[in-house]
Design a protein around this ligand. Structure first.
Ligand code: ZN
Length: 503
């Protein structure tokens, strides 16, 4: 037997199995019992929240052999036909594929005829994705809604209520479907797993419910994928391995680091994203979306957001840690970075520069400049507020020791900053390891091969050597080794990086 998708198999078939839309279900039941049905309904809300399912259940309730009822039997020929989409008088029209006026014209011609089937009491028109109809089609539909035929009910389902003309809205009773909450999805997934003889741990269920983001259809499709990939014994670890980590959590984590001005943490985080194979251009775009949501939340305009209660709560906790002004700045910086990443092949550097700019201490934040500017800013000296200690003047005959190089490392970095800020972002991750026979050895962590290659590009190498010569009064060459080294105490590193980028 062909595999029946779980979301079809477990689609709600009566009012009592509709999940998460109790007020709407109750209002419809009342209308059925009191014979106060409207001619036209608008079911508005996110995808996968039960709009079409409820429209079909309404059609069954109106046409069940038991009579108009709030408990359609689901077994009589009409109920079965409606369930299978075979009832000729329950007409489903997908406006996403039939946008045209022809369909609506046909609808207008046929709408005044009685139901074709004897057993059918009410014709029901279900127009899915109704916002996709053309203006002409809306106008034609409006004429029908203005003089609604007897024994006919229209249900317009839409994910974008703002695109439905007000003239149509005013003719319909509107129901706003909520996103389905994580606990509601969890409960349903558990019930489905039980019926399918699938064992699953509660963390896996929670993970699936969160990934589904309020959409039951997605939740069941994810479960389907997981079962076919991993079998009937599911764990959180398998789910994670099979479906990948949710990006939103990652974005929130990155933003929290930026807000806390934890530069080291943020750079390490970007390193992890890169190592995981994430496309930083896409991360940048997602980050912008997320920042926009945060800004709305911090301006107390969160009700405009189309988000689950859980995501809203998570975002609110991030928004509470910062201000609207800071968020606007982040948006400006990442919007520029997003632009720059389109033409600049060094996506990671562009991304890191944006993060560096945002992690600078607030009072000393430099005027925002475009990353493009920064990247090309080879010769523009920047003011330094607190110059790091210069090395004592060295007699050219005096031997240069590693201790001297180490002591004056920050002085050197400041010089680099004045010459080429971009180079600084590379050198920030390096630290002097040794100096012998005119060669300075720099150490970079193993995952920083990209930084190493950039540092050794002739242009950058010449600049570094030129500065070393200027400071120590002799030719100093350098090499870069990639090897793990014990992390410096985070505070210490963050502090000097902050000082370096200040002013
Ligand atoms: Zn029935």
């Amino acid at each position: 037997m062909a595999h029946l998708a779980l979301y079809r198999k477990y689609r709600s078939q009566d009012f009592d199995t509709i999940i998460g839309q109790q007020p709407i279900v109750q209002t419809l039941k009342n209308a059925l019992q009191q014979d106060k049905l409207a001619h036209a309904y608008i079911f508005a809300g996110p995808r996968g929240t039960g709009k079409t399912s409820l429209a079909r259940i309404l059609a069954k309730a109106l046409n069940c052999a038991d009579g108009v009822t709030i408990k359609p039997c689901c077994q009589c020929p009409m109920c079965v036909k409606i369930r299978d989409g075979m009832a000729v008088d329950v007409i489903e029209l997908d406006a996403a594929s039939n946008r045209g006026i022809d369909e609506i014209r046909k609808l207008r011609e046929q709408v005044n005829y009685n139901p074709l089937e004897q057993a059918c009491r009410y014709k029901v028109y279900i127009i899915d994705e109704a916002h996709m109809l053309t203006t002409e089609a809306f106008n034609a539909l409006l004429k029908t809604l203005e003089e609604p035929p007897e024994q006919t009910v229209f249900v317009l389902a839409t994910t974008e209520i703002q695109k439905i003309p007000p003239t149509i809205l005013s003719r319909c009773q509107r129901f706003d479907f909520k996103r389905i909450t994580v606990p509601e999805i969890e409960a349903h997934l558990k019930a489905v797993c039980q019926k399918e003889n699938v064992t699953v741990d509660s963390r896996a269920v929670n993970y699936l419910a969160r990934l589904a983001d309020g959409c039951m259809r997605d939740a069941l499709s994810l479960l389907d994928r997981l079962i076919s990939a991993e079998g009937a014994d599911l764990t959180f670890e398998k789910a994670l391995a099979s479906l990948g980590a949710a990006l939103n959590t990652a974005l929130a984590e990155l933003l929290e680091k930026i807000i806390a001005r934890d530069l080291t943490g943020a750079l390490e985080f970007i390193g992890r994203l890169t190592a995981d194979g994430k496309d930083l251009r896409q991360v940048g775009r997602d980050l912008l979306d997320c920042l926009r949501d945060l800004l709305l939340l911090s301006l107390r305009a969160g009700q405009a957001l189309d988000l689950s209660a859980e995501d809203l709560a998570a975002l609110q906790s991030v928004a509470d840690k910062t201000t609207a002004a800071e968020l606007k700045k982040m948006i400006a910086v990442f919007a520029r970075a997003e632009q720059d990443m389109r033409w600049n092949p060094n996506v990671r550097l562009v991304f890191e520069l944006a993060v560096l700019e945002l992690c600078a201490p607030p009072s000393e934040t430099p005027q925002p400049r475009s990353t493009a500017q920064a990247l090309s800013e080879v010769e523009t000296p920047l003011q330094t507020k607190t110059p790091a200690a210069a090395p004592p003047p060295l007699d050219p005959d005096q031997p240069l020791t590693f201790a001297t190089v180490k002591q004056s490392w920050n002085f050197f970095l400041n010089k680099v900053k004045q010459k080429k800020p971009l180079l600084l972002t590379l050198l920030c991750e390096a630290r002097p390891k040794n100096y012998a026979d005119g060669v300075l050895t720099l150490q970079l962590k193993e995952s920083y091969g990209f930084h190493k290659n950039k540092l050794l590009e002739p242009q950058n190498k010449n600049l570094v050597c030129g500065l070393l010569k200027e400071i120590y009064g002799r030719e100093v060459n350098f090499e870069v080794v990639l090897e793990a080294y014990a992390a410096e105490p985070a505070d210490q590193k963050t502090q000097w990086v902050k000082e370096l980028f200040a002013g």
